[in-house]
Design a protein around this ligand. Structure first.
Ligand SMILES: Nc1ncnc2c1ncn2[C@@H]1O[C@H](COP(=O)(O)OP(=O)(O)O)[C@@H](O)[C@H]1O
Ligand SMILES: [Mg+2]
Length: 216
């Protein structure tokens, strides 16, 4: 007798499918399921369709409350479930502590589960890329942004800055410190991390206050 997935698990599999574009999901599912198996000390060879959907949602930038709404679940219950389950397994996989849900995608990116993004040559002009979350085209111009393809540490700083922008909707952030300390590199890395939440990303030095027609 052939078993077919129930309509519900079929339906769940379609939620947050955009994560497929950016993440090595098969490997992630495997590694997280291994961690689950270790923790639960019983045979559970796979993640449940709900766990997979939550993972894709987190990786696509949704909050647990937004994910709960999408999955028709009660937000409080889902948050507790995540804290007791998925977050613990991800901590095992990454060997890092999850402070907030917004940490999850960064930890997994640092652990190498995200497909390498191909940043264009810094001299290229405005071009379009697909924004996976909102399904709108966003326009990016990295101008003379420095290359941060080799970038170490600063995970706490990046988490905090990303939170200020994405959750607190902070519109102006000033990075202060002596020359060479890494302000510019940090700001480029941050802009790359949050770019998908914006329709336009323009990297432009405001040194000498050039008038707007020179900037845009
Ligand atoms: N986290 C980091 N990982 C690797 N290299 C870095 C990092 N932060 C800064 N650098 C490098 O150090 C140099 C100085 O950094 P920069 O961002 O220009 O400092 P600032 O803007 O404070 O003058 C640059 O070559 C930059 O690429
Ligand atoms: Mg600088």
């Amino acid at each position: 007798m052939a078993l077919h997935p129930s309509p519900r698990s079929d339906d769940l599999a379609k939620k947050f499918a955009e994560a497929n574009e950016h993440w090595n999901l098969e490997k992630l599912y495997r590694d997280i399921a291994n961690a689950k198996q270790q923790e639960r000390r019983r045979q559970c060879k796979q993640l449940t369709p709900t766990e997979k959907a939550c993972l894709r949602g987190l990786l696509s930038g949704y909050s647990p409350t937004e994910i709960a709404t999408e999955l028709n679940r009660e937000p409080g219950g889902l948050r507790v479930e995540l804290c007791r389950g998925l977050y613990r397994y991800i901590e095992t996989v990454t060997d890092m502590y999850i402070k907030t849900y917004s940490n999850v995608s960064k930890l997994l990116e640092n652990a190498g589960y995200k497909h390498q993004q191909k940043y264009r040559d810094v001299t290229c002009n405005v071009s379009t890329i697909q924004n996976p979350k909102s399904k709108i085209q966003n326009r990016v111009d990295w101008g003379e942004a420095i290359d941060v393809s080799i970038f170490y540490g600063r995970t706490d700083e990046l988490t905090k800055l990303q939170q200020w922008i994405e959750q607190d909707k902070c519109r102006l952030i000033t990075l202060l410190g002596m020359g060479g300390i890494g302000k510019t590199a940090l700001s480029v890395k941050l802009a790359q991390l949050v770019q998908e939440g914006f329709e336009f990303v323009i990297w432009q030095s405001l040194r000498n206050s050039p008038p707007p027609p020179h900037i845009f």
